[in-house]
Design a protein around this ligand. Structure first.
Ligand SMILES: [Zn+2]
Length: 216
């Protein structure tokens, strides 16, 4: 596994779509992403309620976009988080920059998952997106709470049905405009729970930005 990590860093990138050398996504494959129009409020069209003022997503969670997410999450190709942030910047960077956002706040993953993966993909995306947008990111705004021992005793299906629990930091959130960052939005329930915690901690406005979204 250590070798793979090293290979991820030193190997010159090749296109995920077609294998062409030089970048993680060549120009041709880039144009084949299923882009989402940031000016359409698609989330209300599909009745996705994430409890935030607006959700920006760059592409639909299909084909290459799905491949990118899967490689980050399950093959630990964390270098691709920069590609995700770059695509987000291209899709809706100027809208984020105009929204008066104080903090980009990544959705935390569970401690067990972070230990297994070695990193939180949302935090890496937030870091790179921060570089592209010049909006600061904050890793201390939100933390994920453990479900405790009762949770561990439940079966897999029961555990998956349970909503994640978050706690937001009032010192960081009070009076601030926050943009939650995640790789994919599916039902919006995770974003909604996280947004609720931020609101409770005094955040004045909450947006969300993801790389991909499940639509339809
Ligand atoms: Zn390609």
């Amino acid at each position: 596994m250590a070798f793979r990590w090293l290979a991820n860093i030193i190997a010159p990138p090749i296109c995920i779509g077609c294998g062409w050398p030089g970048s993680w996504l060549c120009k041709s494959c880039h144009s084949h992403l299923t882009w989402i129009d940031s000016q359409i409020d698609w989330w209300s069209l599909i009745n996705l309620d994430a409890g935030v003022a607006k959700i920006w997503s760059a592409t639909e969670y299909v084909d290459l976009a799905k491949e990118i997410v899967v490689r980050v999450k399950y093959q630990r190709q964390f270098a691709l988080c920069q590609l995700q942030a770059k695509i987000m910047m291209l899709a809706y960077g100027k809208y984020i920059q105009e929204a008066g956002i104080d903090w980009l706040v990544p959705i935390p993953i569970t401690t067990a998952r972070q230990r297994w993966r070695g990193f939180n993909q949302a935090a890496l995306i937030a870091k790179h997106l921060s570089n592209y947008t010049n909006i600061s990111y904050n890793l201390k705004a939100l933390r994920r709470l453990d479900h405790g021992t009762a949770h561990a005793k439940k079966n897999r299906q029961q555990r998956q049905a349970e909503l994640p629990m978050f706690e937001a930091n009032p010192v960081v959130c009070q009076g601030k405009t926050i943009c939650l960052i995640d790789d994919v939005v599916t039902t919006g329930s995770t974003l909604k729970t996280a947004a609720g915690a931020c609101r409770q901690a005094g955040a004045s406005q909450i947006f969300a930005a993801t790389f991909a979204a499940t639509i339809g």
